[in-house]
Design a binder for this molecule. Sequence first.
Ligand code: FE2
Length: 59
Amino acid sequence: MLKGEHYEIASDGTLIAMATKPGMPEAASSLADTLAEEKGAEEKLSAIAEKGGDQATTL
Ligand SMILES: [Fe+2]
C-alpha cells in the first residue's frame, strides 16, 4: 500500500509538470488536489508502518 502511494505521488508530480507546460491550469489544479490526497494517505500509512503495521507496507 505504501509503495503504491509513493508510485502515485511520483506519477501525479510528473503529470502536473506535463499539464503545466502546455497551459492546462485546470488539469494541473485537479492533479494538485489528487497529489495532496495521495500525500495524506502516504503520511497515514507511514504512521501505521512506523507503529509496526506491516500490512501498510506490503499490500
Ligand atoms: Fe493512493
